[in-house]
Design a protein around this ligand. Structure first.
Ligand code: FES
Ligand code: FE
Length: 340
């Protein structure tokens, strides 16, 4: 194993630390009422199903002979295994064993069932019985002053969710990775960063100059640089960027499904309180496609997969430029999400 590969124990510690928080696992529209859905979260295979009036998230492993419950059927508000028909209720307890009707059902006939919910057009799961924090905040989702694009998903990024949050939080890469769009290489100096913990999230705020671009609501043909204030709210696998420019407020809600320590699926939605015609949505998503495609090769190249502990000094942070990233990593460590 190379020094850049985390040990099995380190991966386990990362998964355990992340397990206390809510993570997205699917678009709400992907989980239909008539069939279960297989997803992966933190190295664990899950079967999702709409049972009764809620969403159930089970280990995707029938307690009988280990068939995947995600290939089963929904019958009368329960999930029936495809192999021998063992049937699980909303909470993961077996309520029918067809080959043994009339006899008591063994007490151990149940599967682990995790908290699951629908919010912001996504299905969220927490792998701990008692979540350590609420869902990420996204007030603009219910605010009619903001028009929301459909979600864009980016599949199979070979990176940890925490590395992707850091990339979105990091403004000093703008001139290098997004020149002419989000930054100007002739002006690499960092802005004055503020970062603080507020309740169950971390806030990082700064004001920078950016080339005119669609996210600023810039006027057609605008030149020069425009001032934009970012207020970024970070959660362990989610970041909500709030950009305020003279053209209006632009929100980037970007949340990662941590499939494993080295693999993530990205869900991204843009909300804006200007240029309100939904016919314009695709232009905003196309803009994000460019940004994401520029970030992807850099983020996927980063090693170790998980952040080395701050105390190890394996990453050479520099102040004041990297202040928000130092704050994010310190906060993760305080939350009990160890890296390697
Ligand atoms: Fe599921 Fe037998 S493996 S019922
Ligand atoms: Fe970037």
């Amino acid at each position: 194993m190379s020094a850049l590969e985390p040990s099995p124990a380190a991966i386990e510690a990362f998964n355990t630390g992340m397990a206390g928080f809510w993570h997205p696992v699917a678009l709400t529209s992907e989980l239909t009422a008539d069939r279960p859905l297989a997803v992966e979260l933190l190295g664990r295979r899950l079967a999702l199903a709409r049972l009764g009036d809620g969403i159930s998230a089970f280990d995707d492993l029938c307690r009988h002979f280990g068939a995947a419950l995600s290939i089963g059927q929904i019958v009368d508000g329960c999930l029936r295994c495809a192999y021998h028909g063992w049937t699980y209720d909303q909470g993961g307890t077996v309520v029918d064993i067809p080959a043994r009707r009339g006899l008591p059902i063994p007490r151990e006939a149940k599967v682990a069932c995790y908290p699951a919910t629908d919010a912001f057009g996504l299905v969220w799961v927490c792998l701990a019985e008692h979540p350590k924090a609420g869902l990420p905040a996204y007030p603009e989702f219910a605010d009619e002053a903001f028009v929301k694009t459909p979600y864009r998903t980016y599949e199979g990024w070979q990176a940890a969710a925490t590395r992707i949050v850091m990339a979105a939080l990091d403004d000093t890469h703008f001139p290098w990775v997004h020149p002419g769009i989000l930054g100007d290489p002739s002006q690499p100096e960092p802005p004055d960063h503020k970062a603080w913990v507020s309740g169950d999230h971390l806030v990082a705020a700064y004001t920078i100059e950016q080339p005119p671009n669609i996210s600023l609501g810039s006027a057609e043909g605008a030149t020069g640089l425009e001032s934009v204030t970012y207020t970024n709210n970070c959660f362990p696998s989610t970041i909500r960027l709030h950009k305020e420019a003279p053209g209006g407020v632009f929100i980037l809600f970007q949340t990662m499904q941590p499939i494993a320590h080295n693999r993530s699926r990205i869900f991204l939605q843009v909300a804006r309180n200007f240029d309100l015609d939904p016919a314009r949505d695709e232009s905003y998503l196309a803009f994000e496609d460019v940004i994401q495609s520029q970030d992807k090769p850099v983020v996927e190249s980063q090693r170790p997969w998980l952040l080395p502990p701050l105390s190890s000094r394996l990453m050479l942070y520099v102040r004041p430029a990297d202040l928000p990233l130092i704050a994010y990593q310190k906060w993760l460590e305080e939350l009990g999400i160890p890296q390697i």
